[in-house]
Design a protein around this ligand. Structure first.
Ligand code: NCD
Length: 309
């Protein structure tokens, strides 16, 4: 069994292709485990994990909890909902709480970019970033690539377009890093106001026209319009956004090929994607959710095996 090159999963930026490969091979094993009648392994008995969520989450939180339970870890949960406390105070507080709980690993979602890196420098536990502001969401990108690999055989050489609100999306940045490290080509598509200005420096193509982007790609990863992160208007109206950037059946049917449709959830049905597309045979959205548990089991298991008890 291989070993990860890192002690924390803070972002895809910090891991390499071999790490990704190792996580996928380990996830293959756990995917088989969670499809057995008894979905549990005793690997992490005597291991304690704190799930600390300073931002709302449905599937990511559930997915981490399930992954931890299926590895037989002890878990404690802390949700601060839409906490408005300032970064410094919050994290120092968090650090002290965690230290006194004697946990081995912390899974954290936080509105501030870099929160995981900060924590990893201040406490003696393994940190998994479950989303830090608009920065990174590494386990989401891993489960996205894993789902592409499952559907298309491999990620290398594939063309993936990430569509929509790239500006506010940690899923987009982690996907860019993950896909490029595996040799895929990445394109971003959305209104100019929602594509970060200098993003082409990361070696991605930028396309404003959704139809052209769809003709180019093998996979379309549709992002949610993150209204809660918008302090000003980035497009005239939701209706206008949908007219230009919604993936609907007409658009899919107008292509001369089949593409794979993805979405990290939660979906705004009728805004960035229509229901008939989200629920169609092109969509692997629910496979992504299923694979999320196996990927998180793999990440936690591999990081835990680096901690000397
Ligand atoms: C994403 C997130 O929270 O970054 N969702 C998720 O983790 N599945 C994307 C989003 O909120 O739109």
């Amino acid at each position: 069994m291989g070993v990860l090159s890192v002690d924390h999963l803070l972002g895809i930026k910090y891991i390499d292709k071999n790490d990704i490969q190792l996580i996928f091979e380990t996830a293959d094993h756990f995917k088989e485990v969670i499809n057995r009648p008894i979905k549990k392994v005793p690997s992490l008995r005597d291991f304690t994990i704190a799930n600390i969520f300073f931002e709302n989450s449905t599937r990511t939180k559930l997915s981490f909890e399930l992954a931890e339970k299926r590895l037989s870890a002890d878990i404690v949960n802390f949700s601060a909902g839409q906490s408005s406390v300032k970064k410094g105070e919050t994290l120092v507080d968090t650090v002290n709480n965690i230290l006194s709980m004697k946990v081995d690993m912390v899974v954290m979602r936080h509105p501030n970019p870099g929160a995981g890196v900060f924590l990893s420098n201040h406490i003696n536990a393994s940190i998994v970033n479950a989303g830090d502001g608009a920065h990174e969401h590494p386990t989401q990108a891993l489960l996205d690539s894993y789902s592409i690999r499952e559907k298309l055989g491999e990620v290398g050489g594939k063309k993936v377009v990430v569509v929509g609100d790239v500006l506010h999306s940690r899923v987009a940045l982690s996907n860019i890093f993950a896909l490029q490290k595996q040799g895929a080509e990445v394109m971003l598509c959305g209104p100019k106001t929602l594509i970060p200005k200098h993003i082409h420096k990361l070696g991605v193509q930028v396309e404003q026209d959704l139809k052209k982007a769809l003709h180019w790609c093998d996979v379309a990863n549709m992002l949610r319009v993150q209204n809660e992160r918008m302090d000003v208007s980035y497009f005239p109206s939701t209706r206008e956004y949908s007219q230009q950037y919604q993936l609907n059946k007409n658009l899919l049917d107008s292509l001369d090929k089949e593409i794979v449709v993805m979405h990290p959830g939660p979906i705004n049905r009728g805004v960035e994607i229509t229901s008939d597309v989200a629920d169609s045979e092109h969509s692997i959205i629910l496979n992504q959710v299923e694979n999320g548990v196996a990927i998180r089991m793999a990440v936690i298991y591999l990081l835990a095996s680096k901690i000397k008890k």
